[in-house]
Design a protein around this ligand. Structure first.
Ligand code: NAP
Ligand code: COA
Length: 266
């Protein structure tokens, strides 16, 4: 169920870095459903063209590694060349693996920071002069690890915390030109590569869901709705914010603190 009208994004163009699978592909599909012309980019060209075919006949599937500024810029230029000035840019490419800091080589740590944080800088810096202004809306996909430290996630915690500050700085620097910069922080989302890595068993999934205030994983479509809101006219005075689409996960562990015998809080 969506509150948004079918033609909400008609006439708009969108570029989604990391839009070839998972949550970001869900966002890309939703933007296309609402009438936007959509380009998605990832490293694997075949995955990118399959994703574009899934999104629709007008979609563009591009290949670039967001760690490489020149390649990222070339993909952004190709999208703007085909569709015209960009109204929406989403930076969602990310890498993750589970390891204690002492099992992470310097290159392992750097790799995740490079994809998530430097990649977001590259996408946003690279798109700036291709945006339609005033009115363009940028979204970085961050995560709860930016705010809440998580063991086995030193690289992601550092990278996503950096993304949160980058969002705020760019919102200040680019606000005067009418460019809004926001973030979405998804909670655990069902059926994604991210959660397959972070919570690989049924038992760990059940245990994690039991700690979430809304008592379940989120759906890709729920993150996509947040991504529609942030680029819509309804959010025209919203910039520099991070929307937690996470069932309350960031608030903390919502199991009954008194256990089975305890009070029933709600
Ligand atoms: P996913 O399916 O693995 O998607 C990652 C995307 O990024 C793919 O399109 C991938 O395509 C691309 N990518 C990876 N490295 C890249 C690089 N160096 N250059 C360009 N593209 C690259 O992941 P997901 O689980 O849906 O997560 C999507 C986003 O949500 C991430 O930012 C993640 O941190 C965030 N998030 C996810 C969850 C969750 O529950 N899954 C929770 C909180 C936040 P290629 O492999 O072809 O490059
Ligand atoms: N534990 C410890 N170190 C690991 C690791 C793990 N599970 N997985 C990878 N690394 C290390 C590698 O050993 C390497 O370090 P080294 O050169 O010192 O040995 C470094 O990380 C880079 O690995 P590499 O495989 O060369 O990187 P890549 O650029 O090909 O892939 C990853 C990047 C590692 C993040 C890969 O998992 C990926 O492509 N992920 C994208 C999908 C994803 O993570 N989705 C979830 C998003 S939330």
């Amino acid at each position: 169920m969506s509150a948004f009208k079918d033609n909400l994004l008609a006439g708009k163009t969108a570029f989604i870095a990391g839009g070839t699978s998972g949550i970001n592909l869900g966002i890309a599909k939703r933007y296309a459903e609402l009438g936007a012309k959509v380009a998605v980019a990832g490293r694997n060209p075949e995955k990118a063209s399959n994703a574009a075919a899934e999104i629709g006949s007008e979609a563009l599937g591009l290949s670039c590694d967001v760690r490489d500024y020149a390649a990222t810029r070339a993909a952004l230029e190709e999208a703007a060349g085909k569709f015209g000035p960009l109204d929406i840019v989403v930076s969602g490419a990310a890498g993750n693996f589970v390891a204690p800091a002492l099992a992470m080589s310097a290159n392992g740590f750097r790799t995740v920071v490079d994809i998530d944080l430097n990649g977001t800088f590259n996408v946003f810096r690279g798109c700036r002069d291709l945006l339609r202004t005033p009115g363009a809306a940028l979204i970085a996909i961050t995560a709860g690890q930016a705010v809440k430290p998580a063991m086995l996630q030193a690289h992601v915690c550092a990278a996503k915390a950096g993304i949160n500050q980058l969002i705020r700085v760019l919102a200040m620097e680019w606000g005067p030109s009418g460019v809004r910069v926001n973030g979405i922080s998804p909670g655990p989302i069902a059926g994604t590569e991210g959660m397959a890595r972070l919570s690989p068993t049924e038992a760990s999934t059940r245990a994690l869901a039991a700690r979430i205030p809304l008592r379940r994983y989120g759906e890709i479509s729920e993150v996509a709705e947040s991504a529609v809101f942030l680029v819509s006219d309804s959010a025209r005075y919203v910039t520099g914010t991070i929307l937690d689409c996470d069932g309350g996960s960031q608030l903390g562990d919502a199991r009954d603190p008194l256990g089975e015998q305890g009070l029933q809080p709600g």
